[in-house]
Design a protein around this ligand. Sequence first.
Ligand SMILES: Cc1ncc(COP(=O)(O)O)c(C=O)c1O
Length: 372
Amino acid sequence: MTAYDAGVAIEFSARIRRIPSYPVAGGYELPDNVALLASNESPYPPLPQVVEAAARVLKGVNRYPDPSYAKLRRALSDRYEVAPARIAIGNGSCDILLAAGEALLEPGAEFVYAWPSFSVYPHLEAASGARGIRVPLDAEERHDLEAMLTEITVATRLVIVCNPNNPTSTALPIEEIAAFVERVPRHVCVVLDEAYCEFSTLDDPDASIDLLRRHANLVLLRTFSKVYALCGLRVGFALCGSDELVRAVDQVRQPFFCNAAAQAAAVEALRHQDAIVERVERAVVARIDVEDGLRALGIRPADSQANFCWFDLPRRDDEGPAEREAAVVAGLTDRGILVRAGGALGKPGALRVTYGTPEENVRFLEALGAVL
Ligand SMILES: Cc1ncc(COP(=O)(O)O)c(C=O)c1O
């Protein structure tokens, strides 16, 4: 048998067999009128000035991008009042998350996170061989911080709190987060994943930044993918309590991980905070409209502080949660609406639906009513 014969199996590492595949959303080769409500993206395009800033740098892409990310770090530092040396940049915030896992975790180490939460977290334990400890959410589908604290041991290296939480959309107030961080031992890195923090009306999204002054082990993970509407360019950042994690995540990654167009677009996007306020306002209006519509269908959604909602489908005696979820997702897809099934996100029988434009939200509610 030659190496070219079909069926020759490459022998992969044990690590690769452990790593779960990310549940990829569909919808990339569908007609234009499909409502893409599956990936918590902004339904609104980036500002023309932001697109122009990205386009301007394209004529210089025979050169590598700035590997120190100096302009972007400076712009973030000015916006968030955190020293540039304490800001990590990433090819999306996921890139920083995975690099943090690589830098902190190894066999014998422990890592505590809530479940259901962001589907990339299990990847960190699988990739590193560390023991992942999943702490169930409370009855309101929020993080149970008390229970998470009891899981911290001398072996714990990393704790992640996703606030607001993906996929459940719920958030905890800053006082509870502050009290939690206070009680985590200093050797443990606390990542507060704030991908959706701008959409929360519980607190000022900048409130957590004050905590960085007191906690060198705290990392606020943020992204340009959601409210800044730049997920297609892949750029995220982390505001850190010290420069230690910034150096560590840079050590484990290739240089030039954030491309020139992404850096330029992000710098420009930061100049337009008024657009952020407007996108947040639209998301809050969508939240109210969609929640009202869901309640009218007899559904009680989780208390959303994000740009998406999460709810259990009404039960039926003749179908289990997984079949019910599959039937509803298929019915919505047939009607041109793409959403996320809860099973792949940790809870069969639930749905996660991103708020779209007002028209898309109406279409979604009508389609859901028809399918149910
Ligand atoms: C909770 C959470 N964190 C991080 C990310 C990663 O975002 P990105 O890599 O696009 O910055 C996402 C994306 O959906 C998310 O939901």
